[in-house]
Design a protein around this ligand. Structure first.
Ligand code: PMP
Length: 399
């Protein structure tokens, strides 16, 4: 008998399934708002100029492809820390921070989860309700039970802050709390800075373990602004984990560029922690790949490329903001009575639009517009060519 006879067919990934359906759709005006990537105004996935220049430089240098150190490229890791804590950070100077290059934000979360499982085998993990759909599966696969804390309030299209705070307060000590440091996926709703100040206090008082996930730095209010939550946690002298993803900010989805950063309480402790993290990496994939890491490191460490990148990132951020404004305006123009101003307050690539699952079905079946059944739309997939059609179609399903 086959070894694999009893293997059951796993359920399809819901978002990838939606993409397959979209690709098979033959209607000319179809629009895919289900994706989690940034498209430019022409509907194309951009290759950033800063990335292209760094790649050309790399090819010209004809560098050999030896193994990287287990924790990756030193200059990459330092630059990832600088994005989080700011240039001249005293925390970085103290030697308490350690970073490992990782296979995207997902890879950073996974090596962080494996490391935590070894350290806190009996802890639980909590994620926001809702959260990025891979958070639960990833931490469960690392061996943790995963619960949620309240987050989204459908009635106000906003944050259930009282519920969130009460939920966090009720957690046992050393519960691992996954927090989206900016541009919450899937809702687009972030706590205000004043609310974060209360959250950090609860995390501290209750001795919780913060795991900050920052996958959209630069897509909210700016590179520095979007790091303010990470810096707030650092100011409170918390030991914590942070997963960074550069997939969106460099438009390098397929290169798997991310980083895991740990803030420890002393330089000596950091040395021990890094030695254990390296064992986790070594037994998973040995060491990270060279290309994406070198490109990102070159951009971040070359002043002129950094400036170019920051400008291109600002362009992506501003285009998304302009799409939010136009969506709200055009919905009004097309006669929608409901108030959609909450879309303007949301940050990052996504919007919980408030559309119901049957409305999402109608958008797809009648108009060829694909969104997630939760009502999540990717604002970064709107453009000047499709926004009028999208707004008109939403108006029809709302009428
Ligand atoms: N965390 C969040 C909140 C995300 O939205 C994503 C990507 N969709 C990731 C992590 C993973 O990023 P990457 O593609 O770099 O693995």
């Amino acid at each position: 008998p086959s070894l694999f006879e009893s293997v059951e067919l796993a359920p399809r990934d819901p978002i990838l399934g939606l993409n397959e359906q979209y690709n098979a759709d033959t209607r000319a005006g179809k629009v895919n708002l289900g994706v989690g990537v940034y498209y430019d105004d022409g509907g194309r996935l951009p290759l950033l100029q800063a990335v292209r220049k760094a790649e050309i430089a790399r090819l010209d240098a004809a560098a050999a492809r030896g193994y990287l150190p287990i924790e990756g490229i030193a200059g990459y890791n330092k630059a990832a820390q600088t994005l989080l804590f700011g240039a001249g950070s005293p925390l970085m100077a103290s030697g308490r921070v350690l970073t490992a290059q990782a296979l995207g934000g997902t890879g950073a979360l996974k090596i962080g989860a494996d490391f935590l499982k070894q350290l806190l085998p009996n802890s639980r993990v909590v994620i926001s309700d809702p959260s990025w759909e891979n958070h639960r599966a990833l931490f469960e696969r690392a061996g943790f039970p995963v619960d949620t804390y309240p987050y989204y309030d459908a009635a106000s299209h906003g944050l259930d802050f009282a519920g969130m705070l009460a939920g966090l307060r009720a957690l046992p000590e050393q519960t691992i709390v996954v927090l989206h440091a900016c541009c919450h996926n899937p809702t687009g709703i972030d706590p205000t800075f004043e609310q974060w100040q209360q959250i950090v206090q609860v995390v501290k008082d209750r001795n919780l373990v913060p795991f900050l996930d920052i996958a959209y730095q630069g897509f909210g209010d700016g590179l520095e602004e979007d790091a303010s939550v990470v810096r707030l946690f650092a100011e409170h002298d918390l030991t914590m984990l942070i997963s960074s993803s550069f997939s969106k900010s460099f438009s390098l989805y397929g290169e798997r560029v991310g980083a895991l950063t740990l803030v420890s309480s002393s330089k000596e402790e950091a040395t021990r922690v890094l030695s254990q993290l390296k064992r986790v990496i070594r037994t998973n994939y040995s060491n990270p790949p060279t290309h994406g890491g070198t490109v990102v490191s070159t951009v971040l460490n070359t002043p002129e490329l950094y400036t170019l990148w920051a400008t291109e990132l600002a362009g992506m951020r501003e285009r998304i903001r302009s799409m939010r404004i136009q969506l709200v305006e055009k919905l009004k123009e097309h006669g929608v009575k409901q108030n959609f101003d909450f879309v303007l307050k949301q940050r990052g690539m996504f919007s919980y639009s408030g559309l119901t699952a049957p409305q999402v079905d109608r958008l797809r079946d009648e108009y060829g517009i694909y969104a997630i059944s939760s009502g999540r739309i990717c604002v970064a997939a709107l453009n000047t060519g499709n926004i009028d059609y999208v707004a008109a179609s939403i108006a029809k399903v709302l009428a």
